[in-house]
Write a protein that binds this ligand. Structure first.
Ligand code: ZN
Length: 471
């Protein structure tokens, strides 16, 4: 059962999520999505500051006054290559459309708004003081939106940040995530006829290839938890009979902490310089993105865990289960069993649920973990500044995972909407606990300070790099 307060907002929230799903937009270009959310929040009596951290689409919506300040983090960006028709159980791209909501961010942003509305009404009913802020955070998938907002100090006066993510499990996220740096390596050489005058040419594509070979040798001498990925973003042209005068690659370097990531990045840059020397080409390095590792907060994990128990998990009709079964059948069972959360307390129970149910219909208990999971999120930057924690709410069938066509297709289903509203309930109950027991905020802050061990937040993005958009 959902909190009855949602009766007031349910239709609006579902329609808002569907508007965002139907208008999938890239990071820092979420104009329709951001506008729809801002207009609704203004209508709901929130004070809104637009263009947060000069991101154009980022915003901060506020209600209430004084301390504590509780932040709910929302997202609304989509992914390239994932346009997909709703409800189809086979890959069905939409002609002429490039993007789709493969990570459920249309639900994420709207669920954060749901949480803020419910908490506001609960606070009013109980006469509680405090400030609720919704951070409309752009460009999570690509662009590092929250990192720019954290760099600008926008979370500095927050007492805690709570967020959620659409998932195929009901659980509290725990552990850390990797810090990462993404940049472009641009090599410039000299064009020449590849057969007639090769001695006059200096080949930029050779430099890209030699750099990749060098980095592949580096892999043997990195920590197991480090990752380096690359894409050749400009091979220099399609004519083999021309010595390529310009070529570009985009690298993504990941490690478990910011200092380690910066050191690994420096080693990759050294290899690039070596490739330029070997080929007698000129090298330009252009910084693109940087994300900090996530600092876990066990105090807030316990608060969200208790809120989840209070809210319960969504119940599903036979029709919804039939719908989910169609998507579950698109992925082999062994793949579903191998994609389960590491911090699960009872893996056998989870395995049984995956085998016997179409979707996660129970709360998966997790233990506290400090383990760094592979992958990065800009929630990490927020977690360095204020105690931060994330809940995962089931919105999709088993089978498929984040950034899959299956998640896009299920994005407007009743199951997705139930998960989104339930997320709002979990966030609101957790917020209510923190308002009623401010000593938990003190404890959460003490845990953050202990984990930072004297270090303070330093954004990985250099000061002269600003929010930008690359196709
Ligand atoms: Zn996501």
């Amino acid at each position: 059962m959902l909190n009855p307060v949602f009766k007031l907002y349910e239709k609006d929230l579902i329609s808002l999520a569907k508007t965002v799903w139907s208008n999938p937009e890239p990071g820092f270009r979420e104009f329709i999505s951001s506008r729809a959310q801002i207009d609704y929040l203004l209508k709901m009596g929130f004070k809104v500051t637009e263009n947060a951290a000069e991101t154009q689409t980022g915003y901060i919506a506020e209600w209430g006054s004084g301390k504590p300040v509780l932040a709910f983090l929302g997202e609304f960006d989509a992914l390239y290559g994932l346009a997909q028709k709703a409800d189809c159980t086979s890959p069905s791209p939409i002609p002429g459309q490039a993007m789709g909501h493969g990570c459920g961010h249309h639900l994420l942003g709207t669920g954060a708004i749901a949480g803020a509305l419910l908490l506001r009404d609960l606070m009013s009913a109980e006469g509680l003081e405090g400030t609720i802020r919704i951070y409309g955070c752009p460009a999570e998938e690509s662009g590092s939106g929250k990192a720019y907002m954290a760099r600008d100090g926008l979370f500095n006066d927050c007492d805690a940040a709570l967020t959620w993510h659409p998932s195929h499990f009901n659980m509290i996220a725990t552990g850390s995530s990797q810090s990462c740096i993404q940049c472009y390596f641009r090599f410039t050489g000299i064009p020449a006829h590849a057969a007639g005058a090769p001695h006059l040419g200096r080949n930029a594509l050779d430099a890209v290839e030699l750099m990749n070979v060098g980095v592949n040798y580096l892999r043997e001498h990195m920590e197991d938890s480090d990752r380096v990925h690359y894409a050749i973003t400009n091979p220099g042209g399609s004519s083999p009979n021309v010595v390529q005068a310009f070529a570009e690659s985009r690298y993504l370097v990941r490690s478990t902490t910011n200092p380690k990531c910066e050191r690994l990045y420096e080693r990759v840059k050294q290899i690039a310089r070596g490739a330029a020397l070997m080929t007698d080409t000129k090298l330009e390095i252009v910084f693109d993105e940087g994300l900090s590792n996530t600092v876990p907060n066990f105090v807030l994990e316990d608060v969200l865990d208790a809120a989840f128990h209070k809210a319960g998990v969504p119940a599903y009709s036979l029709e919804e289960r039939k719908y989910a079964a169609g998507f579950k059948a698109t992925v082999p069972t062994e793949d579903q069993l191998s994609d389960t959360p590491k911090a699960c307390k009872a893996p056998d129970t989870l395995e049984k649920n995956i085998l016997s149910s179409e979707l996660c219909d129970y709360y998966v208990e997790t233990y506290h973990s400090d383990i760094c999971e592979m992958g990065s999120t800009d929630v990490g930057d927020v977690s360095w500044v204020t105690p931060t924690c994330t809940a995962n709410l089931n919105c999709f069938a088993y089978g498929g995972g984040s950034h899959s066509w299956q998640w896009v297709a299920q994005g407007t289903s009743d199951i997705a909407m139930k998960g989104m509203l339930k997320a709002g309930e979990v966030l609101a109950y957790a917020g209510l606990t923190l308002l009623k027991q401010p000593e938990l905020l003190t404890k959460a802050r003490a845990e953050l300070n202990r984990r930072l061990n004297g270090e303070s937040y330093k954004c990985l993005i250099p000061d002269d790099v600003h929010p930008h958009f690359y196709d």
